[in-house]
Design a protein around this ligand. Structure first.
Ligand code: PHE
Length: 341
């Protein structure tokens, strides 16, 4: 029977596994199109006697439905297969080793400076900067060290000319800030920066180093606050159970002046190589701002007082991280840097 044969052919053709969207739509045109065999049969029906029309009509329509369903099913199948193929191509193998991204790290000196800055900013200090090629005036004279003063010998200085030098201490920023503030404004600053001295470089000396200076000037600051401040700094840098010890000392710009030791964090005070058997490690110099300095920088010493301290960032870094040679801090050796990621 012609209709049955067509049915078999349609089934066979639409189930062909090699079909793609293109050939499938050609197949649809071939069987279901206006000139296709199904349409032809429907048209031919008008020549049939009336009583045969419903019977055949039903069969042809069923065939049309079947062809349409087969087409839709195949189309869906092809589209799904395409998506699956696409997905399997794009699959990520999460077990493959990743590409190493080279990550930079902060230099240990920068790390120490930032740590100290953070601490003092938290206590209301402002960070101040100053020039490295400084005038003799700010580096020495305003700090109570006039030309020819023997205290200049404490700091062997690189001079650029008679009036200019590479600053030998960040204390120069002390003078600059007090003068800038004009003698009636409270000062609470921290100034980290490079300083230079004509030292012969060895494991513990460098002609170029990093100082962090602190200065507080107001009407009621006392040495007790200086001690408290330095205790907080020592604990933050070297551990909560650290203590500090003050020893009398001399700096031209402070009176009284002190040298500050921190209890040894290696032997906890028993005495070891690091603290040279004393249980204490010297970390900084400090004192109450000398009246002459206050006066020269515009502050009335009868009304204002202040404290200052200066600490070497290299010394802190070396103590804290067990670095034995100061020169390694300037060697630009990435192996050292990478340890401080
Ligand atoms: N500027 C001093 C130095 O370099 C350190 C210091 C700063 C001491 C502030 C007292 C007060 O030795």
């Amino acid at each position: 029977m012609e209709l049955e044969e067509l049915r078999q052919r349609i089934k066979k053709d639409f189930e062909n596994t090699k079909l793609n969207l293109q050939t499938l739509s050609e197949l649809r045109a071939q069987y279901l199109g206006k000139k296709g065999p199904i349409q032809e049969m429907l048209l031919d029906m008008k020549n049939l006697p009336n009583e045969e029309k419903p019977k055949l009509g039903e069969k042809v329509n069923a065939l049309k439905t079947l062809a349409t369903e087969l087409f839709e099913a195949k189309k869906k199948e092809i589209e799904e297969r395409a998506i699956e193929e696409q997905l399997s191509k794009e699959k990520v193998d999460v077990t493959l080793p990743g590409k190493e991204i080279n990550q930079g790290s902060i230099h240990v000196l920068t790390k120490v400076i930032e740590e100290v800055e953070d601490l003092f900013i938290g206590m209301g200090y402002e960070v101040k900067d100053g020039p490295e090629v400084e005038q003799d005036l700010y580096n020495f004279q305003y700090l109570n060290i006039p030309k020819g003063h023997p205290a200049r010998a404490m700091q062997d200085t690189f001079y650029v000319d008679v009036d200019r030098l590479l600053r030998s201490q960040t204390s120069a920023v002390q003078a600059r800030t007090m003068l800038e503030f004009g003698g009636n404004k409270d000062v609470r600053i921290i100034c980290p920066g490079r300083a230079y001295r004509r030292d012969d470089d060895d494991a513990t000396h460098s002609h170029e180093f990093t100082q962090i200076e602190g200065l507080v000037v107001n009407k009621d600051v006392t040495m007790a606050e200086l001690k408290g401040t330095l205790t907080i700094m020592a604990k933050r840098l070297f551990g909560e159970d650290r203590e500090i010890r003050l020893r009398p000392s001399y700096f031209p710009f402070t009176e009284p002046s002190i040298e500050v030791d921190v209890s040894c964090f290696k032997c906890h005070g028993k005495g070891c190589g690091l603290c040279k058997g004393t249980g204490w490690i010297e970390i900084l110099g400090a004192g109450m701002v000398n009246n002459n300095v206050l006066e020269m920088c515009g502050y009335d010493p009868k009304v204002y007082q202040g404290f200052a301290f200066g600490v070497g960032a290299e010394r802190i870094a070396m103590l804290k991280y067990g670095i034995e040679d100061i020169r390694s801090l300037y060697a630009n050796d990435l192996r050292q840097n990478k340890q401080f990621k």
